[in-house]
Ligand binder design. Structure first.
Ligand SMILES: [Zn+2]
Length: 195
């Protein structure tokens, strides 16, 4: 059966080649990318001066529209003395839109946000809703990280676009490799050659 043997040989070669160049969205592809960042020399850092909190001009209430079921959930941010209410409104009105925007900048990875805790219909009665990041791999296993921030999404966008610098909060700048532990947590993957 020379044809069968030839076909098997070709299949083996294809598998070996695929092994050398893992899919960018696979765990092996992510591990290779993390390893590449770890090996790069660190670019110069920049740290912000004074820390300042700009007042947030949020509508009251802030409205959350569930991307899964379309239900609207209202988050009032008054009275201002209610820290939890203001925190939730800030999360819904400022951080969540920022996370959505940055998510669109993540390349080659199947990533989504789980906003269900913000939806009164999907998950009623959650006092402190969290933004959860879901990374879906071809192996079918999801990596979930609760309480992600825009900074986390920015790290993923930077990693997947080949950046070596992290543009952080308040115009700070640091080597992306300094953030590898957080990236490993978000991705559920260690760099190639790591433990
Ligand atoms: Zn919903």
């Amino acid at each position: 059966m020379p044809y069968l043997l030839a076909a098997l040989l070709l299949a083996a070669i294809a598998l070996a080649l695929a092994g050398c160049r893992p899919e960018p969205g696979s765990r092996a592809g992510v591990a290779a990318r993390l390893a590449a960042v770890a090996e790069q020399p660190a670019p110069p850092e920049r740290w912000p001066g004074a820390l300042c909190y700009a007042p947030v001009g949020l509508p009251d209430p802030v409205e959350h529209v569930c991307p899964d079921c379309g239900a609207k959930t209202l988050y009032p941010c008054t009275p201002r003395s209610d820290g939890l209410a203001v925190g939730r409104a800030y999360l819904v009105g400022t951080l969540l839109p920022e996370c959505r925007r940055l998510l669109a900048e993540v390349r080659d990875l199947d990533v989504r946000l789980d906003e269900s805790e913000f939806c009164e219909k999907c998950r009623p009665g959650v006092a402190s809703p969290r933004i959860t990041l879901v990374v879906r791999y071809p192996d079918g296993r999801d990596q979930r990280t609760e309480e992600v921030t825009p900074d986390d999404l920015r790290l993923l966008a930077e990693l997947t676009s080949g950046a070596l610098t992290h543009e952080g909060e308040r115009e700070s700048r640091s080597p992306l490799k300094d953030h590898l532990p957080r990236l490993e947590t978000l991705l559920g993957v260690k760099p190639e050659g790591g433990d």
